[in-house]
Design a protein around this ligand. Structure first.
Ligand code: TXA
Ligand code: MG
Length: 341
């Protein structure tokens, strides 16, 4: 299959909208990461997503809408919890996914057999225009091969899915850079299953108490069940062995420089680069969590273009937006963290 990269003109948006109506796949820019979209109400179209990505069938997909009224019009949920309306008022359109009781129109392929469904109303004008052109909700996971970092540019998508999907719409770099926050309203207390562009603090300011799932910051213990199936899979792993170092600035620089050799590198803050004697890729400023989120996945992909065998990563903070960065990096590192005094 030849993969076409299209600019987001009105004509191209209509072409892709029609292709989606006909059960084809297309990769689309959103404000978080690029998504690999199919008609969410067509089980056979959705199956193609799992095949293209090599995604385990038990990992459910997020359903994307471009207008709130689509939730009822397409019977996406059984009922809309009042808390969902509050979240919608404050954070939609935007990088927040809300899990609700599944409606009758959702095929089993989307929900992976669960009785809940994840709904997201993205803010990026291109994905919204395509949903509106297709006039149906779109199921879309991140547009990468399962296990690799999520794509934040059309080139990243092309690198992973060239020859496998017919269309990529190029909308430039994604501004948030990490996937949406996933919150479930199907538990007694609302619970964050995946941190993202909307922080737990922001959610608590609207909902009152919000829990954060154990799996967000910690490795699941053997036999412990993941509330979000996606959290149990190996994710975002670079080819090199990535080890996170939790320490002061000085100790990090010292630790890495003592181990300098051709095949050892660093995944660090902007401020560290000039102080390191090894090949260093930065994932944003120590003082700017938003820059870390937006650069992280590109930095992980850059590491794969080197011959580095061991990479020492700076362990991010866990507060605010940095929680989302930490959640991704700790998985990239297979939960390997060295704590220095
Ligand atoms: O920002 C995003 O959310 C991007 C863009 C494309 O919208 N999408 C994305 O999708 O990151 P994906 O499939 O890579 O991640 C979806 C996550 C997975 O961890 C999945 O297990 C979880 O959401 N999920 C989906 N439906 C769920 C459900 N009903 N219950 C629990 N977790 C669910
Ligand atoms: Mg993904």
């Amino acid at each position: 299959m030849k993969t076409k990269i299209l600019l987001p003109t009105k004509e191209n948006i209509n072409i892709v909208g029609r292709a989606l109506q006909n059960g084809m796949l297309a990769a689309l820019p959103t404000e978080t990461v690029y998504g690999l979209a199919a008609d969410a109400l067509n089980g056979n179209a959705v199956k193609k997503i799992f095949k293209a990505k090599g995604r385990p069938a038990d990992n459910p997909l997020i359903v994307h809408i471009s207008e709130l009224e689509q939730i009822e019009r397409f019977s996406l949920v059984r009922q809309i919890p009042p808390q969902a309306l509050l979240l919608a008022k404050h954070f939609w359109p935007g990088p927040l996914t809300v899990i609700m009781p599944k409606g009758k129109a959702i095929p089993d392929e989307v929900s992976a057999g669960l009785d809940t469904v994840a709904i997201r109303f993205p803010s990026h004008p291109v994905v919204r225009a395509v949903i509106s052109a297709a006039d149906r909700p779109l199921a879309a996971p991140s547009a990468n091969i399962s296990g690799s970092p999520s794509p934040t540019t059309a080139e990243h998508v092309f690198g992973d899915l060239n020859g496998i999907i017919p269309y990529i719409i190029d909308g430039g770099s994604c501004s948030v850079g990490v996937e949406s926050t996933v919150i479930t309203l199907c538990t007694d207390t609302p619970c964050v299953l995946r941190p993202g562009g909307i922080t737990p603090e922001q959610l608590e300011s609207i909902l009152g108490r919000v829990d954060v799932s154990d799996a967000v910051l910690h490795e699941l213990k053997p036999g412990q069940k993941a509330e979000s199936p996606g959290m149990k899979y190996k994710h975002y792993a670079p080819k090199a062995d990535l080890i996170l170092i939790k320490s002061s600035d000085e100790s990090y620089i010292d630790y890495v420089n003592k181990r300098a050799c051709d095949t050892t590198g660093a995944l660090c803050y902007d401020e560290d680069v000039s102080l390191l004697n090894v090949q260093a890729v930065s994932y944003g400023s120590k003082y700017d969590y938003a820059s870390q989120a937006s650069k992280l996945f590109d930095a992980l992909r850059q590491l794969d273009n080197t011959n580095l065998k061991t990479v020492y990563g700076r362990c991010p903070d866990t507060t605010g937006l940095a929680m989302a960065v930490y959640n991704r990096l700790i998985r990239s590192a297979g939960f390997e963290v060295i704590e220095l005094a």
